[in-house]
Design a protein around this ligand. Structure first.
Ligand code: AMP
Length: 215
C-alpha cells in the first residue's frame, strides 16, 4: 500500500507517520527528514539546501525528485508513506510518471486539515530531541523535565524553520504551491480529508479507519 500524507506544516504528518510505522509497519519516507539529515552531516546535498530550508522556501524539484526516487527504490515492494512529497504540481506529475513506469499507484492521500491559528500555535511550541528525534510540544506534550528529552536526557531544540517569521513563510508557501494538490488528488478520487485539529489519538483513529476501508 502506498499512502501520501498531505497537510500544512504543523498538521501532524510526522507524528502520525511515526504511529503508522509502529502500528502498521509502514516505511516512512519524509523528504524533510532526509534533507535535515543531509544538512546535519554536511553532505554535498546538505550544503546546497541549508540556506533555502532556513527561509521556509522549497528546495529545487530536481534535487528532491532525485532523492525520493532513490529512497523509493530502496524500499522495494514494502508498504510506504510519503510525507512532505509531493509538494507542488510539478512533483505530483513527476510522481505519477514514475509510478506508471514502475507499475505502482497511490492508494490514498490522507489530507490533515487544521485551522491556521492552531498551526502557528503548534509550530511555535514545537521542540525535538537531536539524538532520538522524539517530538515535544509546549504546552500540549511536555517533557518530564523542562527542556530535556525523556528518553536520553539531551537538551531539546527548536528547528530553525520553526521560528515565527519562517513559520509564516512556510504557511504562505504551502498555500501558494502545495494546497493545489488537495484538488489534484480530490479529482482523482484519492483524497481522504481528516479533521486534524483534534487530539493526536483521535486523528490516528480517523486515519486507521481510512486505511482499513482502503486496504
Ligand atoms: P518539512 O519537514 O516537510 O516541513 O520540510 C522542511 C523543509 O524541507 C521545507 O520547508 C523545504 O525547504 C524542504 N522540503 C521538504 N520536502 C520538500 C519537497 N518535496 N520539495 C521541496 N522542498 C522540500
Amino acid at each position: 500500500m502506498i499512502l501520501i500524507l498531505l497537510g500544512p506544516p504543523g498538521s501532524g504528518k510526522g507524528t502520525q507517520a511515526k504511529r503508522l510505522v509502529k502500528q502498521r509497519g509502514f516505511t516512512h519516507l519524509s523528504t524533510g527528514d532526509m534533507l535535515r539529515e543531509a544538512v546535519k552531516n554536511e553532505t554535498e546535498l546538505g550544503l546546497k539546501v541549508k540556506s533555502i530550508m532556513d527561509t521556509g522556501e522549497l528546495v529545487a524539484d530536481d534535487l528532491i525528485i532525485g532523492l525520493i526516487t532513490e529512497k523509493m527504490q530502496e524500499v522495494g515492494g514494502a508498504a510506504f508513506m510519503l510525507d512532505g512529497f509531493p509538494r507542488n504540481l510539478t512533483q505530483a506529475e513527476k510522481l505519477d510518471e514514475i509510478f506508471v513506469a514502475e507499475n505502482l499507484s497511490v492508494d490514498r492521500v490522507i489530507f490533515l486539515n487544521v485551522a491556521e491559528e492552531e498551526l502557528v500555535k503548534r509550530l511555535s511550541g514545537r521542540f525535538y530531541c537531536p539524538k532520538c528525534n522524539a517530538g515535544y510540544n509546549y504546552p500540549a506534550h511536555l517533557p518530564k523535565v523542562d527542556g530535556v528529552c525523556d528518553t536520553d536526557g539531551e537538551k531539546i531544540l527548536r528547528r530553525p524553520d520553526d521560528e515565527e517569521d519562517v513559520v509564516r513563510n512556510r504557511l504562505k508557501v504551502y498555500h501558494r504551491l502545495t494546497s493545489p494538490l488537495e484538488n489534484y488528488y480530490r479529482e482523482k478520487g484519492l483524497l481522504a480529508e481528516i479533521s486534524a485539529g483534534e487530539h493526536p489519538d483521535r486523528v490516528t483513529e480517523s486515519i486507521m479507519k481510512v486505511i482499513t476501508a482502503t486496504w
